[in-house]
Design a protein around this ligand. Structure first.
Ligand code: HEC
Length: 113
């Protein structure tokens, strides 16, 4: 259902150009509930913003800093408890996702610069 709106004029995010994979990732984020916490356009909410996340330095609980590269994004999605962003009070739930879905989500987050 969500896929039908892809690329249509007046879609949720007309000002951001996304690759096909990233656009699929955006739809997965919406349909899998990620957006409820990370915002419809990745702008953040009760969870951290995705806009500007890729390539940035994230400070984790305990003070360690990591660069948000592809591997970090993957771990954050498939094993959210492994590295927890400092200062967050909410626990991110584990979602059951296929590899393709995870790759599309990462592509989306990486294009939210
Ligand atoms: C119930 C709210 C909630 C949902 C739903 C949720 N998250 Fe999160 N997410 C969080 C919180 C809170 C954090 C920060 C704590 C942590 O690192 O686990 C986070 C962290 C992240 C991070 C790392 C952010 C950073 O700044 O380093 C990524 C990437 C991420 N989530 C992706 C996803 C994806 C993809 C989904 C859907 C499959 C999802 N999240 C669903 C709340 C949520």
């Amino acid at each position: 259902m969500m896929l039908l709106s892809l690329g249509a004029c007046g879609a949720a995010e007309p000002d951001r150009h996304l690759s096909a994979e990233a656009a699929a990732g955006r739809d997965i984020a919406l349909s899998r509930g990620c957006s409820a916490c990370h915002g419809d356009n990745g702008e953040g909410g009760v969870g951290p913003a995705w806009v500007g996340l890729a390539g940035s330095t994230v400070v984790l609980e305990g003070g360690r800093a990591v660069v948000a590269d592809t591997d970090y994004l993957r771990r954050s999605i498939v094993d959210p408890e492994a590295e927890v962003v400092a200062g967050t009070t909410l626990t991110m739930p584990v979602s059951v996702l296929t590899d393709d879905e995870v790759m599309a989500l990462i592509a989306y987050i990486e294009e939210l610069r």
